[in-house]
Write a new protein. Structure first.
Length: 229
């Protein structure tokens, strides 16, 4: 493999690595364990309008399964439309909340596709580099720089989350959702089920977890390169 092609494959690993690692943590986070962990925390704020933590957990798990559903958002939304307020025939979510959740699933469905593509790029590129003796060092360097690049990006994001949480939260929603479609009253079910603390903790786990993964990938690359020497 000539040097120019080696550099291109190297760059693909470095650039795709942050997407792959961040979305890997996202996949882990959007699953049943997270609301189970969050609602069980002693300091998690209670719902001022009456949901028990057990009711919150049961209701929120349906939202998690909705986001993980292989069906399209327009079809899967029936899962949320069928939910009712505990002890009532009233719908759990109003049309504006359902519309926002449809938008959220469109985003997560796109992210899962990006995750697959980024993973294929990282794995295939590393196989190409590590399979040949003459490019093996470039493969180790790709791990070091890809993991390091991820760690640097996430270090800045961790500081942003910890020091300016509200600004981060608003900026994220403004980037991915149309203005006015993601703000709700405190009495809305989405806010009652997923209060600010829920998202702050999720943002912290996501950014810190991705940072740690980046450092581990860089460490693996460094160890392999050192052993090769």
């Amino acid at each position: 493999m000539n040097r120019g092609l080696t550099n291109i494959v190297f760059a693909l690993v470095v650039l795709a690595m942050p997407f792959f690692l961040v979305l890997t943590v996202t996949q882990v986070l959007i699953s049943d364990w997270y609301p189970r962990y969050e609602y069980a925390k002693p300091g998690f704020p209670p719902d001022p309008y009456g949901f028990t933590q057990s009711e919150r957990l049961d209701l929120s798990l349906v939202s998690i399964h909705f986001l993980r559903s292989p069906e399209s958002p327009e079809v899967a939304i029936e899962m949320l439309e069928a939910q009712r307020l505990p002890g009532s025939d009233q719908p759990l979510f109003d049309p504006y909340e359902l519309s926002h959740m449809t938008d959220v699933k469109r985003l997560t469905d796109l992210l899962w596709k990006v995750h697959i593509v980024a993973g294929l790029v990282v794995v295939a590129s590393l196989v190409v580099l590590l399979a040949r003796r003459e490019t093996r060092t470039a493969g180790y360097d790709a791990l070091i720089y890809g993991g390091g690049f991820t760690a640097v990006l996430l270090l800045g994001l961790v500081l942003f989350v910890l020091l300016s949480w509200r600004e981060f939260f608003i900026t994220f929603h403004d980037v991915f959702f149309p203005p006015g479609t993601w703000t709700f009253d405190w009495s809305n079910s989405l806010i009652r089920l997923f209060p600010d603390q829920f998202w702050f903790d999720a943002g912290t786990i996501l950014t810190v977890g991705s940072l740690i993964l980046g450092l581990l990938v860089a460490l693996v690359g460094w160890i392999l390169k050192r052993r090769a020497r």
